[in-house]
Design a protein around this ligand. Structure first.
Ligand code: GMT
Length: 374
């Protein structure tokens, strides 16, 4: 099939999923066209049957802060669909991508051409942004006018039905997935040696450092663990709350044992050097970062929120606690790291659980969905 994919190109789960999906579809013989304002961060270099189309925008003084990106995107989606004879446009994150795809579809229909739209809901497009009055009606309309809609967890599907009450929109759950070539456990200790002193346990967090990730909780949980066990905290990513996290680490006297790596491409290598993953988010529709960590054999201490319980099996592959309960998460992390046999059992269970979300299992679900709307 010839498939257009639109996503945010920035560091984050929806762009990561969209890009890995596109690359995998191309390896399976499909022709894939990414359409966005910049090349997605995981689209590294050339790949056969993959093309990136950049949305360009006219700068015009009248627009000031309101440069109409969505309109330029709709024009590019229409142009690429026409020229490349796309069978469908798969958009990731509803706002504004599902609405622009609908516009492109209308323009194509005016020329007697068809374009099917598949929309994948990822998280805050439903739980936060989409429910704001400034976006609500358009988000609901875009969902109802997509040819197929998927959500990355049961939680997100149910939240879509609850918040938008869209009678006609069947939302299929297709979970996020991992590439087992990139995310796998290892007995090799070279990654660990590069991150921390040999006698330290290594705690890892990966995110875009937005408030929803509760980064200060990550630092405070680590502070509690480190009181009992020699340990290093490795933070991967960057975003608005990084400065506050650095200040908190300084304030708690942790500077020497907390490493801020910033954005890195080979996250799997960092994860393979770790012992435990922390994800104390206020909400997560899925928690792709937790799945990637589990695939590398890291148990996860996280919050029992959103779709996380569908990924992390409480008491088997990690522990879940209420949002904001730093004390509980600290105690869970500390006791797991102090108990070698249990830690090893959790490690194995985490890696085994992650295989249930392998790309080999999940990508065919998207292919089947595409065939059903074609
Ligand atoms: O919805 C967002 O906040 C953006 C999105 C992203 O691009 O990072 O994150 C969501 O999508 C990921 C991939 O499906 C999920 O793993 C994340 O749990 C989800 N984030 C939230 O729900 C906060």
């Amino acid at each position: 099939m010839r498939i257009g994919i639109t996503c945010y190109p920035t560091y984050g789960g929806s762009g990561a999923v969209a890009t890995e999906l596109g690359l995998d579809l191309a390896r399976r013989g499909h022709e894939v066209h990414f359409i966005s304002y910049a090349s997605p961060f995981r689209l590294r270099g050339f790949a056969e049957r993959v093309t990136f189309h950049e949305v360009t925008q006219l700068e015009y003084p009248l627009f000031e802060q309101s440069s109409p990106y969505a309109l330029a995107l709709a024009v590019k989606q229409h142009e690429v669909a026409m020229r490349e004879e796309l069978d469908l446009m798969h958009v990731h994150y509803a706002i504004p991508h599902a609405a622009t795809a609908w516009l492109a579809k209308q323009m194509l229909e005016a020329d007697g051409r068809q374009l099917k739209i598949v929309t994948t809901l990822h998280g805050t497009d439903i739980t936060l942004v989409g429910q704001d009055p400034s976006y609500f009606t358009l988000t609901k309309f875009s969902i109802e006018h997509s040819d197929a809609v998927t959500a990355v967890s049961k939680f997100l599907r149910d939240e879509t039905y609850r918040a938008f009450g869209c009678g006609d929109c069947a939302v299929d759950v297709i979970p996020n997935f991992i590439s087992t070539a990139d995310y796998y456990p290892t007995g090799d200790t070279s990654c660990r040696r590069a991150l921390a002193p040999a006698n330290h346990r290594v705690l890892v967090h990966v995110s875009n450092f937005r408030p929803v990730k509760r980064i200060l909780d990550v630092v405070r949980i680590f502070a509690g663990v480190r009181k009992a066990i020699p340990a290093t905290l490795v933070l991967v990513g960057d975003g608005p709350d990084r400065d506050a996290a650095e200040a908190e680490a300084d304030q708690l006297g942790l500077r020497r044992d907390v490493r801020f790596l910033g954005k890195v491409n080979n996250v799997g290598d960092v994860l393979r050097g770790g012992d435990l993953f922390l994800l104390p988010s206020a909400t997560e529709s899925f928690g792709l970062a937790a799945l990637e960590a589990m695939a590398c054999g890291l148990p996860v201490v996280a919050t029992a929120t959103g779709g996380l319980p569908e990924v992390v099996v409480d008491g088997e592959t990690g522990w879940l606690a209420p949002v904001g309960d730093v004390t509980a998460m600290t105690e869970r992390a500390r006791s797991l790291l102090a108990d070698a046999p249990t830690h090893e059992r959790f490690r194995r269970a985490a890696a085994a659980r992650a295989l249930e979300f392998s790309s080999e299992r999940v990508i065919p679900l998207y292919e089947q969905l595409y065939e059903s709307v074609r």
